[in-house]
Design a binder for this molecule. Structure first.
Ligand SMILES: NC(=O)C1=CN([C@@H]2O[C@H](COP(=O)(O)OP(=O)(O)OC[C@H]3O[C@@H](n4cnc5c(N)ncnc54)[C@H](OP(=O)(O)O)[C@@H]3O)[C@@H](O)[C@H]2O)C=CC1
Ligand SMILES: Nc1nc(=O)c2c([nH]1)NC[C@@H]1CN(c3ccc(C(=O)N[C@@H](CCC(=O)O)C(=O)O)cc3)C=[N+]21
Length: 288
């Protein structure tokens, strides 16, 4: 059996087109274009690549994108002052501070300073709490993108056995909350979990967010399972590098019902959901 490939790139393009159409309708109705401010501290090359692709996606969807690049030596006080300025700038709808931050800037303190109404990453404790409580709020982009891929692939997921591997605040935990809110039966695994292959064997849905190249093996999977691979791992290949997920892709394709590739799976959905969240934030702010 060969699984269906879940084409995240194509599904993300559809979502981005929906956002673009909604932005056009808003501007035609006399509103200004939604505006996303991205803050990048330091010169980590991977972060610079993500920030560039976010800027390009904003422009294509008709959003205004602002980029704030600060040196790697920026103090936490200076970064908090920039966040304060963006919070009070009425023309800014969404604020994203690219992670990781250099060691002198505490991510928790910076995230907690962002106005929850502009927190398009959904990382602020107020938005995390709302999601955990099943209340409306801004939801982290990567898990939201995973949920969109699941509903596109399966229709509903109520009653399904879902396994989330990883319990980070940016992927695993919010993913589990989203799945519970959709009435899946959810298990969360992490580095202390016993017998991951046995947990995986029960799962109709597997979400892998571990950060370990090809750790989840094909024979662990329940035949026909839907596999969402969040992992982005850079590994040596020939003279250069390539990206692989947390799932052994070729093996999974032999057993699963549907699998996301890396690249071209969850990554593009993360960017599309960031645009969606910026539109959501702009719409909600305009209504208050
Ligand atoms: N596609 C996208 O848009 C995005 C992709 N990513 C990628 O997703 C992956 C996960 O990211 P993130 O959540 O930030 O990573 P973290 O390192 O914050 O979390 C990893 C989680 O995996 C768990 N884990 C580690 N080793 C094992 C193991 N052997 N068995 C079971 N669980 C294990 C850890 O457990 P414990 O808590 O016990 O330490 C932890 O909960 C990375 O590859 C990252 O690059 C991340 C964000 C966006
Ligand atoms: N505040 C904050 N919010 C984030 O959402 C955030 C962050 N910090 N720090 C880093 C992680 C990582 N992340 C990705 C986004 C898109 C792709 C993506 O589009 N990937 C392409 C491939 C990219 C490539 O080829 O390198 C793909 O999977 O097809 C990947 C990873 C967002 N993150």
């Amino acid at each position: 059996m060969t699984a269906t490939l879940i084409d995240g790139k194509a599904i993300a393009a559809t979502l981005r087109a929906d956002v673009a159409a909604a932005v056009t309708a808003r501007t035609a109705a006399g509103h200004r274009a939604p505006c996303l401010a991205v803050v990048l501290v330091g010169d980590d090359p991977a972060s610079a690549v993500y920030v560039r692709s976010k800027a390009r996606a904003c422009a294509e969807a008709g959003l205004r994108g602002l980029e704030h690049r600060l040196p790697a030596t920026t103090t936490e006080t200076d970064l908090l002052a920039l966040v304060d300025a963006l919070n009070t700038n009425d023309s800014v709808d969404g604020i994203l501070v690219q992670l990781p931050l250099p060691p002198q800037c505490r991510a928790d303190a910076v995230i907690a300073r962002i106005d929850p109404a502009k927190d398009v990453d959904g990382f602020h404790p107020l938005n995390a709490g709302r999601l955990a409580a099943g209340l409306p709020g801004l939801v982290p982009c990567t898990p939201l993108g995973c949920l969109r891929l699941l509903t596109r692939t399966l229709g509903g997921i109520a009653g399904a056995e879902a396994l989330v591997i990883g319990r980070s605040t940016i992927v695993g935990r919010p993913m589990a909350s989203l799945l519970i809110n959709e009435s899946a039966t959810v298990t969360i695994a992490h580095s202390r979990s016993r017998d991951l292959p046995a947990l995986t064997a029960r799962a109709d849905i597997v979400i892998a967010a571990v950060g370990r190249p090809e750790m989840i093996r094909g024979p662990w999977l329940k035949p026909g399972a839907t596999v969402i691979d969040v992992g982005i791992n850079r590994v040596a290949s020939g003279d250069g590098h390539k990206l692989v997920g947390d799932v052994a892709f070729a093996e999974a394709m032999e057993v699963a019902g549907a699998v996301t590739p890396v690249p071209g799976g969850v990554g593009p959905m993360t960017i599309a959901c960031l645009l969606e969240n910026t539109l959501t934030a702009a719409t909600a702010r305009a209504a208050t």
